[in-house]
Write a protein of this length. Structure first.
Length: 79
């Protein structure tokens, strides 16, 4: 972090810096989607539930199991 903008300028007191409040509506589509996913995953973890990525992996595995009923997964250790 720089102590001042230019050499010789007054030092910046970071305790006085007030960041603007941002709203999800202000973000572009990709950034908003990423932030909403992160917020969802944080809430899921706080409740002891799977994150969106973990849920996606579980769903894919279940889909694979249904497509291959001949395979025995009873002793499989999948994390």
């Amino acid at each position: 972090w720089w102590s001042c903008l230019c050499i010789g300028d007054p030092k910046i007191d970071v305790k006085k810096v007030q960041p603007e409040n941002s709203r999800l509506e202000d973000l572009d589509g990709d950034t908003r989607q990423t932030v909403e996913k992160m917020m969802f995953d944080q809430r899921q973890k706080a409740m002891g539930l799977p994150t969106s990525d973990e849920q996606h992996k579980f769903d894919m595995l279940e889909k694979f199991k249904k497509a291959h009923p001949e395979m025995d997964f009873s002793n499989a250790k999948i994390s």
